[in-house]
Design a binder for this molecule. Sequence first.
Ligand code: AMP
Length: 285
Amino acid sequence: MKVVERISQARSIIAETKTAGNTVGLVPTMGALHAGHLALIEAARRRDDFLVISIFVNPTQFGPAEDYEHYPREPARDAELAEEAGVDLIFAPPPQEIYPEGFTTSVTVTGLTEGLCGRYRPGHFQGVTTVVAKLLNIVQPDRAYFGEKDYQQLIVIKRMVADLNIPVEIIGLPTVREADGLAVSSRNRYLSPEQRAVAPRLYEALQHGAELASQGASGSEVEQAVKKMLAKVPLFEVQYVEAVHPNSLEPRGDARAPMVIAAAAYLGETRLIDNVKVEEGSGNA
Ligand code: AMP
């Protein structure tokens, strides 16, 4: 496994492996690798011959009051985990490699980025789409792998790739969870033991919503029920609970499944997000 910081180094290694006839898979990450990332890496390894992961804590997707400075950075541990997982190349550029002096272009996906997390994190998705477009241009993978944990991000990236005719297949993979249901996240380490103990209640509430949706409840009914359940949990401060269409991300309102029930909630300073998907006709009550 190689670790490189420069775009030119990544490009030449990738060009060589492509010339040898290998397919290339890319897993973009912000590092601090965990079981969620490792599941993406595992899927990529099964599918593609040469596996690249990027590790880049992207400053432009963090708001001014967010945790960019304190976001965990553990390059040595990440390299060990990546090597064990069969990664061939880590591309870990410093910020100035991605945003050199004079950088002024960004990619904006409208509509899909306006609801859910987009409403509360202005500029976040523009930061994400811009850096992902750059990573796709730098690596030029056959496939890129993303987690459904960040459901809105996955849909936004699929849209961007379709709209800009970027020649890559975007693969979405299911959320990896702790044994008690909490979605694995780099930010879970910020939780105090008391906060950690109640954190799985977010997923429990979403599952309850999914159960109602599969019995025929409408989007609005599901949202109310999930909010009511979360309101009973001490320490949680709910930012949003929304039931949206899985592709358009439009609120379902009076409509029934299919829907994705997505939520964001704070435990102290730590913001957790999670979602569950309910397929069409999963209940005909
Ligand atoms: P991050 O390093 O948080 O930017 O995440 C990098 C990729 O890993 C994104 O595609 C995330 O959606 C994905 N990811 C993060 N947590 C999980 C999880 N618990 N299960 C599956 N994928 C995840």
